[in-house]
Design a protein around this ligand. Structure first.
Ligand SMILES: [Ca+2]
Ligand SMILES: [Ca+2]
Ligand SMILES: [Ca+2]
Length: 868
């Protein structure tokens, strides 16, 4: 080690001898450090505490338009996992006189409040840790300065430690130790992510290397980051503990010291003269001839926009001919970082294969064709909604996607447990079951909602409801999947004579009815009993042993169909409310018309349960009916009973339901005060506080075709104000849709908004531009910031490479999933396509799939009308 120290000293001398030079990184108006091609952010982004695994907070580095490093700060373990505690961050203190940013990171339970200060020096920044009191005894050897790097960005690269070369590993392959659990810093919820089989251990990854200067990817200007310190720096690989782990550079804080206890010189890679290549956003499925075709180019601010772009036609012999020279319309700056330019080639209508050429970038080829929207929903219906089925074995050709899972469902959750992912049980269970008693009949139907393997109420209810709306609106007879609920087996690409849409609806009602009949209502969640099971990755069938838990048996002991291993899921029942039950009714009653010709017994069962719940809870739901409707995108607020009554009326024709909902819906439809805003557009005030939670036409449009002329005229009168509400956000962005996305990205709302535009177009084609229907899909299919991949996995020419639902660690996709999309943090849009684990970017929620199918079917209908 002596030799290493000598080398380090030489490196340090070299690093600090540049003091006379000007500082390269400037603290910009947004409060982060900026030089050409590189940014250093200091807690511009915070942990929001939903899942504790943001990988989107702390000290971070963006280089050449990619965020390569994150999570910089004082942490208490070598490679923090999800649910490991982090310090509470103070507001940032920005000192413009010395160009520094400082935060305090407080660990209240330990009386520990280190200050992290960053200021520019030479070609990088100094990262300093200041202490007013020494590191508490119990944290010496644990508290350290960490900085994380996304492994996939660095696959195929090297690092240097004090001049010695090492390869960054593609897989975790270094050493670990086990330590007694008494030494472990407790995680949030006091949970443990590690199943130690009763040994009382926890796992500690050991350093890959240690030195005084570590340079990540010195060979690559886009990735090179160096850290130098007179204290030891180690590099760790967090993937030994968790598949979403990162490479971590870390220096322990010394014990017994105050003042400036640690200093890193952090040198990112400045790329003088570097210009980010133009990101040409366009639809990766192509365009139908009659629609508008506007590509949106995202441009580096250092790039002088070209005055024109070209549309090229790809000929059968591979040659390309210029079809059109397009004048580039400069849109301007959006979200500070980039400029935007629009290329409108709408008048090109001839079917064929095209690409776009702008600023030296030529896109991949894409079609113009009448039928581009006709089949884009198939992967969602054929695959995503099938592969995410719970309680089923799912086969595709030679491959079993997963086995029949959770056949030991489920145990009554005991009172007063608070677990991961918002699972919470209060002091009442609202059921007849004893704590940990097996609730029968639940091992049927439902879907994994996304990423994890639980059945969440809003997920199973909304998925079933929207599948029922697909049938009501479009009746797709497509049959490409065998779904056998008797043997709980599904086979993809195998027709079985029944429309898949209907079978998927039944897969939802089987679970909902089972919950209603055995629990009394749809529970908040049927979820994992502990953290070790919650973070499961792999085949869902291996998540539990399939045997019903029997506490009289020893752990791991099996007798008959029972075992002593407490792995069965818990049913969380304390959040029951009569108003919340209204959504159970909506889903069951909406399913009835679709089921009755194919599965009459299940149809009658669904309707019977829906009516029973209505009669039982109608009165009791009144007091909080207005608060219970937040999850229902169709109702958009208002009395939760309205939608339940509408669905029951459509299913039964019974006037008592109509008598209830009609006056309430008419009230929603009443004209709103229309005001003219500063920019000349009108507002009906729906977003103002007096209409918060807001009345809209969602319910009115649902019943519109069944109603009389008088009602229809009232809806039409209110439609312009509703259209204004739906479309106003579209004018504020270069992409023609309202983007959103601070914590969870906005694709689902883009999709739902476009579908609501379709509903208007369907009944009042003269009151809305049908382009608003296409605009939502264009955005999702690739006309968006950051990249131009299609956000629907497997749909389009260039599509997402990594995204997850029940395949979280696989670095691949399940076809037909829709990722949340783009997060915007400070001024930076991101949807990583080499690191799947950001839930806000890349987690495909099951309930978005039917919403997307609805929009595809809607767009196909609009396309057929316009192409006539
Ligand atoms: Ca979940
Ligand atoms: Ca079928
Ligand atoms: Ca079990």
């Amino acid at each position: 080690m002596k030799g290493l120290h000598l080398l380090a000293s030489a490196a340090l001398a070299a690093a600090f001898s540049l003091g006379a030079h000007a500082q390269s990184l400037k603290l910009n108006d947004l409060g982060y450090f900026e030089a050409r091609g590189t940014n250093v952010l200091v807690y511009n982004n915070l942990y929001n505490g939903s899942f504790y695994d943001e990988k989107f907070a702390g000290l971070e580095i963006i280089q050449r338009g990619e965020r390569i490093s994150t999570g910089g700060g004082i942490r208490l373990m070598n490679t923090p996992e999800q649910w490991d505690i982090f310090g509470v961050v103070s507001p940032r203190r920005i000192d413009r006189s010395e160009n520094s940013v400082e935060v305090t990171l407080t660990y209240e339970d330990y009386g520990f409040a280190p200050r992290l200060k960053v200021l520019p020096k030479d070609k990088g920044v100094l990262v300093q840790i200041w202490l007013d009191k020494p590191v508490p005894e119990e944290l010496v050897g644990k508290a350290g300065m960490n900085l994380e790097f996304f492994p996939a960005s660095y696959f195929g690269k090297n690092y240097l430690v004090d001049g010695f070369a090492r390869i960054l590993p593609k897989f975790p392959m270094h050493d670990t130790e086990v330590h007694p659990v008494s030494e472990k810093i407790p995680q949030y919820f006091g949970e443990s992510t590690f199943d130690d089989r009763g040994r009382g251990d926890f796992l500690v990854p050991l350093p890959l290397s240690t030195g005084h200067r570590i340079v990540m990817a010195p060979e690559d200007d886009a990735l090179r980051v160096g850290v130098t310190s007179d204290q030891e720096i180690s590099i760790f690989d967090g993937r030994h503990l968790a598949q979403n782990g990162t490479f971590v550079l870390r220096s322990l804080l010394p014990g017994g010291k105050t003042g400036k206890v640690l200093e890193w010189y952090l040198e990112p890679s400045i790329s003088n003269g570097w210009v980010r290549p133009a990101n040409i956003g366009f639809s990766q499925v192509g365009y139908t001839p009659a629609q508008k075709k506007v590509a949106v180019v995202e441009l580096d601010k250092n790039d002088a926009p070209a005055k024109t772009g070209r549309l090229l036609r790809v000929n059968p012999d591979g040659s390309k001919s210029v079809v059109k020279e397009v004048v580039a319309k400069f849109w301007g700056e959006y979200h500070h970082r980039y400029n935007y330019v629009q290329l409108d080639f709408s008048d090109v209508r001839e079917p064929g294969l095209y690409c776009i050429d702008y600023q030296g970038v030529v896109t991949n080829a894409f079609p113009i064709d009448k039928g581009v929207y006709s089949d884009k929903w198939h992967p969602s219906m054929d695959m995503s909604l099938v592969i995410n089925m719970d309680h089923m074995e799912v086969n595709e050709a030679y491959r079993i996607w997963h086995g029949r899972a959770n056949m030991d469902d489920a145990l009554q959750a005991p009172a007063n447990v608070r677990l991961h992912d918002g699972y919470f049980q209060g002091d009442v269970t609202n059921t007849k079951y004893q704590p940990l008693e097996h609730i029968p009949g639940l091992a049927v139907g439902g879907w994994y909602d996304a990423g994890d393997f639980d059945i969440q109420a809003n997920s199973v209810l909304n998925t079933t409801q929207d599948l029922a709306y697909i049938w009501r609106e479009f009746k797709p007879l497509r049959d490409q999947t065998l779904i056998d609920e008797k043997t709980q087996y599904a086979d993809i690409h195998v027709p079985d004579g029944v429309p898949d849409n209907v079978q998927l609806i039944m897969h939802g009602t089987l679970n909902i009815n089972a919950q209603v009949e055995n629990i009394g209502f749809v529970a908040q969640v049927i979820g994992q009993p502990d953290m070790h099971h919650y973070h499961h990755l792999g085949d869902a069938m291996t998540l539990t042993d399939g045997y019903i838990y029997d506490p009289t048996l020893a752990r791991y002991e099996v007798r008959g169909n029972r075992s002593g291993t407490p792995d069965d899921r818990y049913v969380f029942t304390s959040r029951f409310s009569p108003a919340g039950v209204m959504q159970d009714i909506v889903s069951l009653a909406a399913a009835y018309p679709a089921l009755k010709d194919y599965y009459p017994e299940e149809a009658e069962r669904s309707l019977k349960n829906a009516k029973m719940l209505w009669d039982k809870y109608f009165e009791a739901a009144a007091p909080n009916a207005n608060q219970a409707n937040n999850n229902n995108r169709w109702g958009g607020g208002g009395d939760a009973r309205i939608n339940a009554a509408i669905e029951l009326w459509i299913a039964t024709g019974d006037a008592k339901y109509k008598d209830f909902f009609l006056p309430l819906v008419e009230k929603q439809v009443e004209a709103r005060p229309v005001v003219t805003r500063a920019n000349g557009t009108v507002s009906n005030g729906m977003f103002s506080s007096q209409y918060s939670g807001g009345p809209n036409l969602a319910a009115a449009l649902k019943i519109y075709p069944y109603m009389d002329k008088d009602f229809q005229a009232k809806v039409k009168a209110a439609a312009p104000a509703y259209v204004d509400m739906l479309t106003r956000g579209a004018y504020d962005t270069p992409y023609g849709v309202s983007i959103g996305g601070a914590t969870w990205a906005g694709n689902a709302s883009v999709i739902n908004n476009a579908y609501n535009c379709y509903k208007i177009w369907k009944y009042f084609p003269d009151l809305i531009d049908p382009e608003f229907v296409f605009a939502g899909l264009n955005f999702v299919f690739g006309c968006h910031p950051y990249s131009n991949v299609s956000f629907v996995t497997g749909v389009g020419v260039n599509t997402k490479k990594v995204a997850y639902s029940n395949n979280r660690a696989d670095y691949t996709v399940i076809p037909g999933g829709i990722v949340p999309g783009l997060l915007v943090k400070e001024d930076f849009f991101e949807n990583k396509d080499d690191y799947p684990f950001h839930w806000g970017e890349n987690e495909c929620c099951i309930n978005t799939a039917p919403q997307y199918v609805l929009l595809c079917l809607a767009a196909d209908e609009v396309a057929r009308a316009l192409n006539k």
